[in-house]
Design a protein around this ligand. Structure first.
Ligand SMILES: NC(=O)c1ccc[n+]([C@@H]2O[C@H](COP(=O)([O-])OP(=O)(O)OC[C@H]3O[C@@H](n4cnc5c(N)ncnc54)[C@H](OP(=O)(O)O)[C@@H]3O)[C@@H](O)[C@H]2O)c1
Length: 343
């Protein structure tokens, strides 16, 4: 019998998840039922949204139950299949359908087959070509942000997986782009490597509202928000007339237990005739193929750059996951479970 190591929710986290909340156990590898596929996971995606699913609250997906394996997007190789579209040796990913485990057993209808291409390694399907990195800023910036040449775009968590791509897409559309980030090292990466026009290290600013006003003297036409909280409030004070606020995430509140106040400056949405829209990338699934073509082209043309932060081994997953909330990650955070790094 094959053993499966899996990470499961032992208790609901209070704050940033620890090894007490998420524990490792060994169980027999599952056997697929009719319509299911057994995957040997090669890469796990570590995403802030999983913290939301670890809480017992109403969201766009049900909470992970206590005792259940942690739900995740993973990339795996088919080991056995009882679904007509999948054969052993195929590669597939499940968008929020698999688990943090050596093996995941998933309904084949929830999987997407991916081809091994010469041009890109397989794990790009969990980073730049995924909802967790490329597709979210693609639809968030282009559909909700509606960028126009000469406008100013401000991005929070700008050096992260989503933020770094959102800023570059705004640049491609001819905007002036400013990033908010938590260190000068990350800020210099944004300006020197990715072509952002400026950055603010929010940790070094006593008055973030004034810092944004100084670097965005004409106001902010697009605020692409990954963080919420005080950063959102400071950005709201600097909106230009008819600004668009793209509500992509609110990572500053993911580890809080009680209700969080605010936004305090919500009135500015009315005062600046601004629009705030929530982004759910899965709303655009039917348009993913066309979006992926654009992302591939921009990569080929050298107009899009991205960083991956790859950690090795299932046992490293929880420690690595914490980095999303301390700011220690450097790009899209993945865990590699295979010795073959050519995948
Ligand atoms: N709407 C959707 O469909 C969708 C899809 C994917 C992701 N998202 C959202 O996009 C956001 C970014 O996700 P990601 O995967 O790209 O993560 P990421 O930006 O690569 O990593 C998280 C970053 O957030 C910053 N951060 C963490 N806690 C913070 C706090 N309390 N205050 C300010 N900044 C904080 C840190 O950067 P600094 O060092 O710069 O502070 C950290 O590196 C999240 O809110 C996520 O939920 C939404």
């Amino acid at each position: 019998m094959t053993t499966n190591r899996e990470l499961y929710l032992h208790q609901r986290p209070q704050g940033i998840p620890t090894g007490e909340d998420i524990r490792l156990r060994e169980v027999p590898a599952p056997r697929p039922d009719d319509g299911e596929v057994l995957l040997r996971n090669l890469y796990l995606s570590l995403d802030p949204a999983q913290r939301d699913w670890m809480s017992d609250k109403v969201s766009y997906m049900p909470p992970i139950a206590i005792g259940e394996a942690i739900r995740s997007t993973t990339l795996g190789e088919v080991v056995s299949s009882r679904h007509p579209d999948y054969q052993p040796g195929d590669f597939a990913l499940g968008l929020a359908a698999n688990t943090w485990a050596d093996y995941s057993c998933t309904a084949g209808d929830l999987l997407t087959k991916v081809d091994q291409e010469k041009a890109f390694p397989l794990h790009y399907h969990l980073s730049i070509f995924s909802g967790a990195m490329g597709l979210t800023p693609y639809f968030g910036m282009l559909e909700l942000g509606q960028p126009k040449p000469g406008e100013t775009a401000l991005i929070s968590a700008a050096a992260g997986a989503v933020g770094s791509i959102a800023g570059q897409i705004a640049k491609i559309q001819g905007c002036r782009v400013i990033g908010l980030t938590g260190s000068d090292e990350k800020g210099r990466w944004l300006t020197d490597e990715l072509g952002f026009d400026g950055y603010i290290n929010y940790r070094a600013e006593a008055d973030l509202d004034s810092a944004i006003a100084t670097i965005c003297p004409e106001g902010v036409d697009i605020f692409f928000d990954n963080v919420g909280g005080e950063i959102l409030d400071a950005a709201l004070m600097n909106l230009a007339k008819y600004a668009r606020v793209v509500f992509c995430g609110a990572i500053s509140s993911y580890n809080t237990s009680g209700p969080v106040p605010g936004p305090f400056n919500y009135w500015q949405v009315l005062a600046r005739s601004a629009t705030v829209r929530g982004l759910l990338t899965t709303n655009y699934v039917d348009r993913f193929p066309a979006a992926l073509e654009d992302l591939r082209r921009w990569l080929d043309e050298g107009r899009l750059k991205f960083a991956e932060d790859v950690v090795v081994g299932l046992e490293s997953t929880v420690d690595a996951y914490r980095r999303l909330f301390t700011g220690a990650n450097r790009g899209k955070l993945l865990v590699r479970l295979t010795d073959n790094d050519s995948y």
